[in-house]
Design a binder for this molecule. Structure first.
Ligand code: A3P
Length: 304
């Protein structure tokens, strides 16, 4: 059955919003529980590349950039399958009859690229034993929060976000899927020089995509011609990706991605938090942020 056919054959009755479950000290949406023991035992290969992010930090954008770099900028090759099949989401299990991230990874030919949202301490040990390369992308907490809120509203298998006010409080308390944003970005930052980790920022990618794409290509050991880099910049602009059916999520049926609420590629900007945070929320956020980030030298930009 075609990918689209499989998606359409999802049993609407089986679609419901996930609860959060606590596993190894971190909250996850229920589907992660299904293969959790296998994920912990996952055997990475030395040439596996891991793309790690906190949810809604620009994962899909980075996945598409990486796939284009690995395919020397050949956009046709990157049309071979939706992004979630080309670079599977390791710890996630889609609603039946779709497969788990682990099954999708097993179907890939090496060298494989793999997506995860896991906090550093829960990444399967074999990635470090095999000295795998990892690209980590972080996004400023305010925009990350807003993007996560809209995603939970439109994705009907995500936990119920509640009102913006409710989600705001949950986010700062770390009571959301994949846990605390603060712990996530800080721990990956603390570990970045101990492993082969390229730590990137969404804001830098927005500011100068060419510069960041070159950084990624260098990290992957790809010596690409300037025309190829320009092509990748072009294909991975927000507008181009929004119209690309292999990345824009429009293949996901409306009973999973309710596009009447929001779209998967929503705005793709830095600073949209200003359209959402009240003055009081911003003050509360800033105070809490200072406390949470006081033990790290990690700095973010909240506007460009
Ligand atoms: P917004 O909701 O702020 O628009 P993820 O892929 O980790 O789920 O991240 C999703 C966020 O990245 C969304 O943010 C989405 O619009 C944004 N995004 C996706 N592709 C992008 C691109 N090419 N340029 C800029 N932002 C992009």
């Amino acid at each position: 059955m075609s990918e689209e056919g499989v998606l359409k054959s999802c049993n609407v009755e089986s679609i419901r919003r996930a609860e959060l479950v606590l596993m190894d000290g971190v909250l996850f949406p229920e589907p992660v529980q299904k293969t959790w023991d296998q994920v912990k035992r996952f055997q990475a290969l030395p040439d596996d590349l891991l793309i790690a992010t906190y949810p809604k930090a620009g994962t899909t954008w980075t996945q598409e950039i990486v796939d284009l770099i690995l395919n020397d900028g050949d956009a046709d090759k990157c049309q071979r399958a939706p992004i979630y099949d080309r670079i599977p989401f390791m710890e996630y299990v889609e609603p039946p009859p779709l497969s788990s991230g682990l099954q999708q990874i097993a179907a890939l030919k090496p060298p494989r690229a793999i997506k995860t949202h896991l906090p550093f301490q829960l990444v399967p040990q074999s990635f470090w034993e095999q000295n795998c390369k990892v690209i980590y992308v972080a996004r400023n907490a305010k925009d990350n929060l807003v993007s996560y809120y809209h995603f939970e509203r439109m994705c009907l298998v995500e936990p119920e976000p509640g009102t913006f006010e409710e989600f705001f409080m949950k986010f700062i308390a770390g009571r959301v899927g994949w846990g605390s944003w603060y712990d996530h970005v800080k721990e990956w930052w603390a570990q970045k020089d101990k492993h082969r980790i390229l730590y990137l920022f969404y804001e830098d990618m927005k500011e100068d995509p060419e510069r960041e794409i070159k950084k990624i290509a260098r990290f992957l050991g790809k010596d690409l011609q300037p025309e190829t880099i320009s092509k990748i910049v072009h294909h991975t602009s927000f507008d181009k990706m929004k119209e690309n059916p292999m990345v824009n999520g429009l293949d996901i049926p409306d009973f999973i991605f309710d596009t009447s609420v929001s779209t998967f590629l929503r705005k793709g900007v830095v600073g949209d938090w200003k359209n959402h945070f009240s003055v009081a929320q911003n003050e509360l956020f800033n105070k809490h942020y200072l406390q949470k980030m006081s033990d790290s030298c990690l700095q973010f930009r909240f506007q460009l």
